[in-house]
Write a protein that binds this ligand. Structure first.
Ligand SMILES: *[C@@H]1O[C@H](CO)[C@@H](O)[C@H](O)[C@H]1NC(C)=O
Ligand SMILES: *[C@@H]1O[C@H](CO)[C@@H](O)[C@H](O)[C@H]1NC(C)=O
Ligand SMILES: *[C@@H]1O[C@H](CO)[C@@H](O)[C@H](O)[C@H]1NC(C)=O
Ligand SMILES: [Ca+2]
Ligand SMILES: [Ca+2]
Length: 215
């Protein structure tokens, strides 16, 4: 949809409205607000799934932004496995049960964020607000399963055609057609991020090496 494409192309850079009022946060819970939910939501994220998402982080106390995946490094959506500690606990919890295309706002208490230490950008004991846009979810338990599913000719390597086919299945489940530029942009991103030796194929090894963020 136009909405997702626009976000993907970063024309909508980091301009989310942030509500500063943090009403009644309970200490150790992530508060989840669904901001946008796609009509077709057959597949929801669960522990072990490979996620691709943009997320922006703000301090609840004054709304200042401490993280923006759109302006960080190459500005590509981040890849990570859900529920295994690759991201902070609050994100592992708050991004569970999400559909591709869904947008959420999460309010994360310090205990599930950067805790009593904080970090160079986050003061100690900070409640955090995250704005999340989820692009894709690949079925786990671990990502190798998703890899084997995508690897149609079983040569242990993913071609652009194989990646495109799996993306089309993913994005067109509900019958919505996407144009080639939609897929080309995602595929360019995936290969930019994963095809480390630049041979135009993603090997099992390349697929398994995630570019982790500190988050
Ligand atoms: C906060 O929580 C308390 C106890 O659960 C409740 O009585 C109160 O109405 C809540 N306040 C707001 C602003 O939601
Ligand atoms: C918000 O708080 C942080 C951390 O205390 C501080 O660095 C930042 O300058 C503040 N931003 C605004 C807009 O007050
Ligand atoms: C953070 O919170 C803990 C527990 O509530 C408290 O002991 C500690 O002093 C706080 N740290 C700062 C810097 O406020
Ligand atoms: Ca293959
Ligand atoms: Ca390669």
């Amino acid at each position: 949809m136009g909405f997702a494409v626009r976000l993907f192309l970063c024309l909508h850079v980091c301009s989310f409205f942030v509500d500063f009022t943090v009403a009644n946060e309970t200490k150790d819970e992530v508060k989840i607000e669904v901001i946008f939910k796609p009509e077709n939501c057959a597949k929801k994220s669960k522990r072990g799934d490979l996620m691709n998402a943009h997320y922006d982080g703000f301090l609840a106390k004054n709304g200042s932004q401490f993280y923006c995946s759109r302006s960080e490094k190459d500005g590509h959506p981040k890849w990570f496995v859900l529920g295994v500690g690759q991201v902070m606990k609050g994100l592992d919890i708050g991004m569970d049960g999400m559909c591709p295309g869904e947008k959420r706002k999460l309010i994360i208490p310090p205990s599930l964020g950067y805790g009593q230490q904080g970090n160079e950008k986050v003061p100690p004991n900070s409640t955090l607000i995250f704005e999340i846009e989820l692009y894709s979810v690949s079925r786990g338990p671990r990502s190798m399963e998703a890899f084997r599913e995508m690897d149609l000719d079983k040569d242990r390597s993913l071609s652009k055609t194989e990646v495109k086919k799996s993306l089309m299945i993913e994005y067109e489940k509900g019958g919505t057609r996407r144009d080639d530029s939609f897929y080309d942009a995602i595929i360019a991103d995936i290969f930019h991020k994963s095809d480390h030796n630049g041979d135009g194929m993603i090997s099992a090894k390349e697929y398994n090496i995630y570019d982790h963020d500190e988050l």
